[in-house]
Design a protein around this ligand. Structure first.
Ligand code: SF4
Length: 369
């Protein structure tokens, strides 16, 4: 047996004995694999499981997903973050229904033609659902391969990335892509973890270059990430004086929290310290509300919220607000919502936190000014 074959067989044997039971593994149809893989991007397994189960209960197949209004899709996604993924799933479901008779394509090229499906996701669906010998390279696989092969260059850089994809392909044993690809991801998740990997319990330690050369902690090569851009928003939790309903507005289709709903807000250059007072921010927010045709009295500012996104460090300064007059028609991107219905709306993650903290479960000591 060659070294490569021994590595593949070692991984396969270990996987079959140690694989976790996960809902999408039990019935790996193309649709279930696709949804799980999209949910698992940037999100941990334990977080994804309840979302996946709720999703499958609401949208058991591509047709149901394609027929659902985007608001229902976003509401089920709410809290999972990176909402572009939900938009893409929805859009791709419509393409599958319109152009593939409601069944996901069973070729790599067919899968790659769907919106939001890149090389990794296509490889995952092709191998896990259809057992096609398509490689997959994600963060877990990168870590395993860089350590196993002692790769000391930046895995995100072109030539190294290409090498990783070739390696991942060359390692797939004939007819066993489904289990093999999952074995590499599983090893990265359970054994070859970023910190303190369990090299003693690793089924491929015998062939691991990083272990042999004492470089486990150094690989894969870590490249410094760009600092997150700070962003400040002031928002008004506007409540209608007579009905007690809250005002939500929909964010644009592109950019931060695309298509999700939030309290009316304005971006400000920076938020003042508590001692500086908030006259300017208040002024900007009041002007924005007036431009929407509302008569609003802005109340107290309440405690700020920090929300960290991939590239942005967001700070939100919420204000209480009461609306005494509003236009009868405010358009499709504005809605008044009962307090009890706020939680079921497709809210941005930051707004969901505000709703919980200040409206549904308010803590009196959170008030600042
Ligand atoms: S021996 Fe350690 S570093 Fe090498 S693949 Fe196994 S767990 Fe990862």
């Amino acid at each position: 047996m060659t070294r490569m074959t021994e590595v593949s067989q070692g991984l396969l044997g270990w996987y079959r004995a140690h694989r976790r039971t996960l809902p999408w593994r039990e019935e790996p149809t193309a649709y279930r694999v696709w949804v799980s893989e999209i949910m698992l991007q940037q999100t941990q397994v334990v977080t994804v499981i309840p979302y996946f189960e709720r999703w499958m209960a609401a949208f058991p197949d591509v047709q149901t997903l394609a027929d659902a209004p985007i608001d229902d899709v976003l509401a089920l996604w709410s809290g999972l973050g990176y909402y572009r993924r939900a938009h893409m799933l929805h859009r791709a479901a419509r393409v599958v229904v319109d152009h593939h008779d409601g069944a996901l394509p069973d070729t790599l090229d067919g899968l790659l033609s769907l919106p939001g499906v890149g090389r990794y996701t296509a490889g995952a669906i092709a191998s896990i659902a259809f057992n096609l010998p398509a490689p997959i390279v994600d963060g877990n696989v990168i870590r395993v391969l860089c350590r196993l092969e002692g790769i000391e260059t930046d895995p995100r850089e072109g030539a190294t990335n290409k090498r990783l994809w070739s390696l991942a392909e060359a390692l797939i044993p004939e007819g066993q892509a489904r289990d093999f690809n999952q074995s590499m991801m599983e090893l990265g998740a359970l054994v070859c973890s970023p910190r303190n990997p369990d090299c003693q319990g690793c089924p491929v330690s015998k062939w691991c270059q990083a272990l042999a050369t004492d470089q486990v902690a150094k690989l894969p090569l870590k490249v410094k990430r760009k600092a997150k851009r700070p962003m400040a928003l002031a928002c008004a939790m506007v409540q209608q004086a007579d009905t007690g309903r809250f005002l939500l507005v929909q964010r644009p289709d592109k950019g931060l929290f695309a298509g999700l709903w939030e309290f009316p807000s304005v971006e400000v250059e920076r938020l003042p310290s508590v001692t500086q007072g908030d006259r300017q921010v208040r002024g900007a927010l009041a002007e924005h509300l007036t431009s929407m045709g509302l008569e609003v009295s802005l109340g107290a500012s309440v405690s700020r919220l920090q929300h960290i996104l991939t590239h942005i460090r967001l700070t939100v300064q919420p204000f209480e607000a009461t609306c005494t007059k509003a236009p009868a028609q405010m358009g499709p991107t504005v809605r008044w919502v009962e307090r009890d219905e706020l939680d079921g709306q497709p809210l941005s993650a930051a707004t969901r936190k505000l709703v919980q903290r200040h409206i549904l479960n308010p803590e009196p000591n959170l008030r600042l000014l």
